[in-house]
Ligand binder design. Structure first.
Ligand SMILES: Nc1nc2c(ncn2[C@@H]2O[C@H](COP(=O)(O)OP(=O)(O)O)[C@@H](O)[C@H]2O)c(=O)[nH]1
Ligand SMILES: [Mg+2]
Length: 403
């Protein structure tokens, strides 16, 4: 990822679905103007979902995802279909590509049912219109597009239609700017220890600073060691202290009680629509019994910092906090188990590499199976006894913790 790039989790994820040979890869290439995906008349050429982040006018920063055919057969085929469904969990806008010489079948009905079940806005595209005999009247749903990936007809209209669907999303959410005023000081506590990445700040920290700038407020960024002196020398009471969860224990005692204190994890959980579930889910930590199994799930496969927290620190803290003999199972990347029945609790990373839709999907899987679901930072705050203080900035939620 280049320095100037929009993080993948913030991009509109546009997935292309359909049967094998409908022309999905050809349409992807025509829409992006790039040879993103291999086109072939051999069925099943696209074996894995292919993703690419790009700027796509008139839509903006997007991730384009080409998928294998949904009608794939055999064992390998089933695996591809499973991958296709995994892609749906992060898809913000779905494009169903249909070969207009073949029309709609069971496979298309199945995909449309999936889009509806997952509440994904979708668009139907009839491709290969160049092959239709002149004057053919297509049986089409309202709003569908007719294109030829080969002749590039209808591609501009298709891009505009995708743009309309992509921008029809929910209200814009923010990280912290709705909680502060212009010119407020906000103190951010960022520990620089061996687990911190070299030479940079992590994504939630960057995004929070950006959001504070957006509010016209001022970020004062300090390490935990300098926090006490920073607060003394600031000369004015900051509107808020936002800390890395791992140093809650040091930060809470030196932050006067009349200064609101919260963490990056809590703000990011709210940003991804997860806060309430994760805060209430953390209570399950205290109900764990000997022999229980905790699933620790990581959104990415390469974050050294998260890895250390997830695989080492959290298991140790949980054992110490509960005094129970616990088992741990770890998952990472796109893999998230369908069956959560072996687990008494799921603790997920903050999901900075996953988009909001994917995080909500995982939380919903847990809710559907009656499993408590929380995240790293919120679990840590709970174990350090300061979760209540750190959600006081959200009075409705704080009230629910009191009952
Ligand atoms: N005539 C015509 N052929 C197309 C069109 N789009 C794709 N094809 C052909 O259909 C075959 C399958 O295309 P591909 O993009 O690989 O389909 P996918 O399996 O859905 O990704 C290839 O031989 C393409 O050249 C189109 O608009 N018109
Ligand atoms: Mg393909």
């Amino acid at each position: 990822m280049s320095l100037n790039a929009t993080p993948s989790a913030e991009r509109v994820h546009i997935g292309f679905f359909g049967r094998r040979n409908a022309g999905k890869s050809s349409v992807v290439n025509a829409v992006t103007g790039q040879e993103l995906a291999v086109v072939s008349d051999v069925k099943g050429t696209t074996t894995d979902p292919v993703s690419k982040a790009m700027e796509l006018l008139p839509i903006g920063p997007v991730v384009i995802i080409d998928t294998p055919g949904i009608d794939d057969e055999g064992t390998l085929g089933e695996l591809r279909v499973r991958k296709t469904k995994q892609v749906l969990n992060k898809t913000d806008v779905a494009i169903l590509v249909i070969d207009s010489t073949a029309g709609r079948t069971e496979a298309e009905e199945e995909l449309i049912a999936l889009f509806k079940a997952k509440e994904i806005p979708y668009l139907i595209v009839y491709n290969k219109c160049d092959l239709l005999p002149p004057g053919t009247e297509l049986q089409m749903e309202a709003g569908a597009c007719v294109v030829s990936a080969v002749n590039k007809t209808g591609i501009q209209e298709l891009k505009e239609a995708i743009g309309r669907l992509a921008s029809a999303g929910g209200p814009e959410t923010c990280i912290v700017r709705d909680l502060i005023q212009p010119n407020d000081f906000v103190v951010l506590v960022v520990p620089i220890d061996s687990a911190a990445p070299k030479g940079r700040l992590i994504l939630p920290q960057q995004q929070t600073i950006r959001d504070i700038l957006e509010a016209g407020a001022v970020s004062v960024v300090t390490r935990d060691h300098e926090l006490k002196e920073t607060l003394e020398r600031l000369g004015t009471k900051p509107a808020m202290v936002i800390t890395d969860s791992q140093v809650f224990g040091k930060v809470a005692p030196v932050t006067p009680l009349d200064i609101p204190l919260t963490s990056f994890s809590i703000l990011m959980a709210r940003y991804k629509g997860q806060l309430e579930g994760a805060v209430l889910g953390a209570a399950a930590i205290d109900k764990l019994q000997d022999g229980d199994t905790v699933l620790i799930s990581e959104g990415c496969t390469h974050h050294r910092q998260c890895d250390d927290i997830g695989s080492v620190k959290i298991p140790n803290w949980l054992k110490k906090h509960t005094g129970k003999d616990l088992n741990f199972v770890f998952s990472s990347g796109v893999e998230f188990p369908d069956d959560l029945s072996p687990y008494q609790l799921i603790i997920h990373c903050g999901g900075c590499m996953l988009n909001e839709r994917e995080m909500k999907y995982r939380q919903k899987c847990a809710a559907d199976q009656n499993k408590p679901f929380t995240n790293y930072g919120i679990a840590i705050a709970h174990m350090q006894g300061i979760l209540k203080r750190s959600v006081e900035i959200f009075p409705d939620l704080a009230a629910k913790l009191n009952v």
